[in-house]
Design a protein around this ligand. Structure first.
Ligand code: ZN
Length: 295
């Protein structure tokens, strides 16, 4: 199943939707209400309901039979699949080929950092920054796990039960701030610097999250190309490792790291500029495109 957040001109607030095989989008709160089940407007709230899958199936079935809450995809705006996560957790240096590119040793344990939830941006959204604040903006294609069930001190072999699905993320980074500040808060958390989407693809539709092609293109030129088989720490290990330190909650986003080819390590470096278009993709999960603009 493909879930997301959508807005329409007739709705005051965005709503959580599911895509049908035919390519339509079902307004889940509206179709659910008509079908007799209550479904929240926010994806994170939906995933926190232990019966969400059954209720969503009911709502979608009802919508397909009656047309209630069904929209043509062309008539809705798709937003980030989770617009208000409570946490955005990220992992540094998690691809073997990326560690080798920077002559870094393979780490023994995941190196975690975070992006503020206010950085979240959606598919088609503008990544914007003040050129007086940063002059070295870079892209990072990443597979993003979306937490479903709350995870606290879970073992790796049960960790994937706590993942609702996957989406694509671009861990946009201001390298001058990241490397100049002594730590990464500003460099990773500028507003709009965490595009995710388009869809949250549920785990049952992703056969093996550790065997997916992953890529990034800037203005159509492919600059990152690898596979999630090169992940040093898999999604199960990352969720378990995080959950031993802090509680992962429904809707939390876990960026799993980026493969080689980021702009700052290229010769010559490739730094993003106003007007650039960045597309990051993960096989079977989707492609996420954003444009760049100075503020
Ligand atoms: Zn990253």
């Amino acid at each position: 199943m493909r879930l997301g957040q959508f807005s329409t001109t007739d709705a005051e607030q965005p709503w959580c939707g599911a895509k049908t095989p035919a390519g339509d989008v079902v307004d889940l709160p509206r179709a659910g209400e008509a079908a007799g089940v209550t479904l929240p407007r926010r994806t994170g709230d939906l995933l926190g309901d232990w019966e969400w899958r059954r209720k969503v199936d009911l709502a979608v079935e009802y919508a397909e039979e009656t047309g209630t809450g069904v929209y043509d995809a062309a008539d809705v705006e798709q937003l980030a699949p989770v617009r208000n996560p409570r946490k955005v957790v990220c992992v540094g240096l998690n691809y073997r080929d990326h560690a080798e590119e920077g002559d870094n040793p393979i780490p023994d344990e995941p190196v975690l950092f975070s992006k503020f939830p206010t950085a979240v941006n959606g598919p088609g959204g503008t990544v914007s920054w003040d050129p007086d604040l940063t002059e070295k903006v870079d892209y990072e294609a990443e597979l993003v796990a979306v937490i479903g069930r709350e995870a606290r001190e879970v073992d790796p072999d049960e960790a994937l039960d706590h993942v609702a699905g996957f989406t694509v993320g671009n861990d946009v980074s201001a390298r001058d701030l990241q490397h100049g500040d002594g730590q990464w808060v500003r460099g990773k958390s500028l507003d709009t610097f965490a595009p995710v989407g388009p869809d949250l693809v549920t785990t049952d539709e992703v056969a093996d999250p550790h065997d997916l092609d992953i890529w990034a293109e800037v203005n159509g030129e492919r600059l990152q190309e690898s596979s999630t088989e090169n992940l040093i720490f898999g999604v199960d290990e990352l969720v378990s490792f995080c959950s031993r330190a802090f509680t992962l909650q429904p809707g939390d986003l876990l960026f799993t790291g980026t493969p080689p080819g980021v702009g700052v390590y290229r010769e010559p470096p490739v730094l993003l500029e106003e007007g650039d278009t960045v597309t990051v993709g993960v096989e079977g999960v989707g492609e996420l495109t954003n444009t760049c603009e100075y503020r």
